[in-house]
Design a binder for this molecule. Structure first.
Ligand SMILES: [Zn+2]
Length: 476
């Protein structure tokens, strides 16, 4: 039984600088409650909204990246409902009817599904640009256990992109791959940092042959997208296999208990009284298209095609493209090496792996060395100057500790340079040498330590030191 899945992804434009209709910050994280507010985003009487140009340009860039049809003018629409986190009693959003016009309609995203390394296609129904509401905070932990509700308007008015797909996604795993690829595409535009807490939320709908469509709301991570849909797929299949009926309903994903639960109210029955916002004239798109186009110049797809065009396997290219600093390094250094595949492996597998092991993020450019360092290291590897174990075990961890270090300080000492130091240590510590010769094998560790100490800041492979000492002392 194959499911049919459609997604609605809400992405905060954290890269838009300010909120959608006022000058308050788009990234409110870490601020004391209700300090990132003004008359506009608090909905005070007489305050007038002014669209944030950067947010509109980023939305148009997203529309271009998803190959959507962009109208000549976009029209903001009021959606009325009453809730404490919505101070105006209406949300400024977009709507394709009632005189509105969304950022765009009918596009397509080709996304990479790493399960099997296949490209899939999902049609895009539309993209809306709208404002995020404020946040309700329950001091007692939940809506049930709290005696009071607090509202924080720091988030109120943050630009939010709503991307809606057609039901083209064939599996929970593919749904996760779609969201990951979409977020990466928006990240390359500079519109979002998906790693910020609460930067995106997903609503998913899923149906099986013979059953009604069920919507699952409130999914907060790409992993949860897969889990929630997997759960819902199994739940519906079980009902159908037992001859039951899957009702059309909206459910809520409980990430803690890892299950979907029915929502009490049927939200789709609400009457929103949509109308074009009389405070906001239509935004003409033509004058903004050039700016938007510049933002989509480097898309993940274009980079993947370039990198695999150098003969790099798709898995390695994908690993590089997923971390923007690695992709920039690759593009900058590829012309300075003989075999770009060696460079690609160093960046996408070895260095990125070492960063992960050290608990450092691959998305922070300051965790990566300059392109010149990577290019020189790639050339040393190409020439076979250092065995792969030395590169992975010593050189790369040395660079991860200090990415700005010059390559010389992290390169292991070559055997010739070492020999002199080894002889020096043998002469300086006759007691330890004697202990070792009379069978105390641990004395060798002491000698190895002395050699490494004398080498100071220069990196060295302890196994090489041990081998040289044993050779000099006749194997003990
Ligand atoms: Zn404001």
């Amino acid at each position: 039984m194959r499911p049919v899945i459609g997604l609605e992804v809400h992405v905060q434009l954290t890269g838009a600088g300010s909120k959608l209709f006022c000058g308050c910050k788009a990234d409110y994280r870490g601020m004391p409650p209700n300090t990132n507010v003004c008359p506009v985003c608090l909905g005070l009487p007489g305050a007038l909204p002014v669209p944030n140009r950067r947010a509109v340009v980023q939305a148009l860039a997203a529309a271009m990246a998803l190959k959507c049809r962009i109208p000549g003018a976009i029209v903001f629409t009021r959606k009325h409902y009453f809730y404490p986190d919505l101070p105006k009693n209406y949300q400024i959003t977009q709507f394709e009817r009632a005189g509105g016009a969304p950022v765009c309609t009918s596009g397509v995203l080709e996304y990479l599904d790493p399960a099997g390394w296949v490209w899939r296609r999902a049609r895009i129904r539309r993209i809306n640009l709208e404002e995020d509401p404020g946040r309700s905070v329950y001091p007692g932990g939940s809506i049930v256990s709290s005696e009071e509700v607090l509202v924080d308007y720091n988030r109120s008015g943050v630009p939010l992109l709503e991307i809606v797909t057609e039901p083209d996604i064939p599996s929970p795993r593919a749904a996760r791959a779609f969201v990951e690829y979409l977020l990466l595409t928006l990240e390359y535009i500079g519109a979002v940092n998906p790693r910020l807490e609460g930067a995106f939320r997903v609503d998913a709908n899923i149906s099986l042959p013979g059953g009604e469509r069920v919507e699952v709301k409130n999914i907060g991570s790409t992993l949860e997208v897969e889990r929630a849909l997997e759960y819902e797929y199994k739940r519906q299949r079980l009902i159908l296999e037992r001859g039951g009926r899957v009702e059309r309903e909206t459910r809520h994903w409980d990430a803690h208990r890892r299950m979907t639960k029915p929502l009490r109210h049927k939200e789709e029955e609400a009457e929103y009284l949509y109308m074009p916002d009389p405070d906001l004239p239509p935004v003409l798109t033509r004058p903004l298209l050039g700016e938007a186009e510049a933002l989509v110049a480097t898309s993940p797809r274009r980079l993947l095609d370039e990198i695999t065009g150098d003969g790099v396997p798709l898995e390695v290219a994908w690993s590089i493209v997923q971390a923007r600093p690695a992709a920039s390094l690759y593009m900058e250094a590829r012309g300075r090496v003989r075999d770009p595949r060696v460079l690609a492996r160093l960046l996408g597998v070895d260095y990125k792996g070492a960063l992960r092991e050290a608990g450092r993020g691959p998305h922070d450019p300051s965790n990566w060395p300059p392109a010149e360092t990577m290019a020189r290291l790639a050339r040393l590897v190409e020439e076979g100057e250092y065995p792969p174990e030395a590169v992975r075990g010593l050189i790369i961890p040395g660079l991860v500790r200090d990415p700005q270090a010059s390559l010389e300080t992290v390169l292991p000492e070559k055997a010739e340079g070492l020999e002199a130091v080894v002889d020096e240590v043998i002469r300086a510590y006759p007691r330890a040498v004697q202990d070792y010769m009379s069978g105390k094998r641990r004395a060798l560790d002491y000698l190895v330590g002395q050699v490494i100490r004398r080498l100071g800041r220069r990196a060295v492979d302890p196994r090489e030191v041990r081998r040289l000492l044993e050779e000099r002392l006749g194997g003990g």
